[in-house]
Design a protein around this ligand. Structure first.
Ligand code: HEM
Length: 393
């Protein structure tokens, strides 16, 4: 039940020794996610916000900030341009059309599992599934995956505001991964400009609308953002989901016979075990008073969405996993202008994946509980999830 988060919530806005402010209660996190005085723009980060300005400038010579690290109006223009090829915000056309295709990918992966006596769910299912989907959507060849797997891993590790033992080495690796991923995508985009296909890269490359079109550099950082965001998060939603189901066999049994349960189930999972635990990289543009504390201008914020999701002032009995919960407006996809762009896709992927796993694995069980987790304070998920079952239907 996350004792650290319970402890943190006792001080809703906590000023850490390094100057960062850690916010852990639901209403305060939500309010700051919507506050226009809170910036996501990496260029507003100063040394006092924990990031070395010089590194930041060097970074910009490779890829410019993607829209997750920009404020309105620059953010809005790029997000709108990206939406034109993904479907309008509340009617994810492309995503809806993909349901059948997602089912096919899931079916092939489950069919290819082989030995049901020992399955690593992460390697054999939760990782390859969303990676295949995002590659198809963008138009990135799936067979190049071994090349960008490493870059995506490095970039995901770089999100962690606690950099580990050797921050300089980590910065160097991040830099290298960004440059290499940028160069790889630049090659693909050039190819698509000459020979457009039916995929997002082509559409973004040739699109011209009321907002104009993306420059090549904007297109590169948007493509890198989508590729990485579509890689490391849904993997954990599916793995955390199966782990939670195996710990709650009565829910798993209900899902086996009622795939529609997957819709509320996935929402409750995003509350209960959110793949993104905290939203770092926010800076205050003015003094902000909240929960009796004045956060000074220029401070960096860590918004702990996972602690907000377990806030007893917001959710009744928050440590209980309950897919029948009526009010589940979680913070798992963030909120406000940066709320997750890929949410409709991630939801659908997890619904299809979990209902099919429940239907096809006969008598599944955990071989390790708890499993070993990846070391990352932002993205939470097991490195491997060893399970077994009697048969695969
Ligand atoms: C933003 C979570 C899947 C693309 C976000 C944010 C969260 C989040 C918490 C807010 C970040 C912030 O406020 O700074 C998740 C989770 C996912 C998931 C839990 C899976 C379960 C995806 C997928 C894609 C995607 C599959 C790509 C297709 C994005 C983008 C943004 C974003 C582009 C930036 C939006 C903006 O700045 O306007 N996501 N995400 N996400 N996500 Fe996701």
């Amino acid at each position: 039940p996350y004792p650290l988060y319970a402890e943190l919530r006792k001080t809703p806005v906590l000023n850490e020794d390094d100057g960062a402010y850690v916010v852990s209660t639901y209403h305060e996190v939500l309010s700051l996610l919507h506050d226009p005085r809170v910036s996501s723009d990496s260029r507003n980060m100063t040394q006092s916000a924990g990031i070395d300005l010089q590194d930041q400038q060097e970074e910009e010579t490779t890829l410019p900030p993607s829209f997750i690290r920009l404020d309105p109006p620059e953010h809005d223009r790029l997000r709108r341009l990206t939406n034109t090829s993904f479907g309008p915000p509340h009617e994810p056309r492309r995503v809806h059309e993909m349901r059948g295709e997602l089912g096919g990918i899931v079916s092939d992966l489950i069919g290819g599992i082989g030995d049901s006596g020992r399955i690593d769910l992460v390697e054999q299912f939760s990782y390859p599934f969303p990676v295949t989907v995002i590659c198809r959507l963008l138009g990135v060849p799936r067979e190049d995956e071994p090349r960008f797997h490493g870059w995506a891993d490095t970039l995901a590790a770089s999100l962690d505001p606690m950099p580990g033992e050797d921050p300089t080495e980590r910065d160097k690796l991040t830099q290298k991964a960004r440059t290499e991923l940028g160069m790889y995508l630049a090659g693909l985009i050039e190819e698509r400009r000459k020979n457009p296909q039916k995929d997002m890269l082509s559409e973004l490359a040739v699109h011209k609308g009321p907002d104009g079109s993306m420059t090549t550099m904007e297109l590169l950082s948007t493509a890198a953002l989508l590729l990485v965001a579509g890689h490391e998060t849904t993997v954990n939603l599916i793995t955390n989901g199966m782990l939670t189901l195996l710990r709650n066999p009565q829910v798993l049994e209900r899902l086996r016979t009622d795939p529609d349960l997957s819709v509320p189930l996935v929402e409750e999972l995003l509350r209960f075990e959110p793949p993104v635990q905290l939203v770092p990289n926010r800076t205050t543009l003015a003094d902000i008073e909240i929960a009796g504390v004045t956060i000074p201008k220029g401070a960096s914020l860590w918004l702990v969405v996972a602690a907000g999701n377990r806030d007893p002032l917001r959710f009744e009995d928050p440590d209980r996993f309950d897919p029948d919960r009526e009010d589940v407006r979680h913070l798992g996809f963030g909120s406000g202008v940066h709320s997750c762009f890929g949410a409709p896709l991630a939801r659908l992927e997890a619904q299809v994946a979990l209902s099919e796993l429940a239907r096809r694995l006969v008598n599944p069980r955990l071989l390790e509980d708890p499993p070993e987790y990846r070391r990352n304070a932002v993205l939470r998920g097991p490195r491997h999830l060893p399970i077994a079952c009697d048969d695969i239907r």
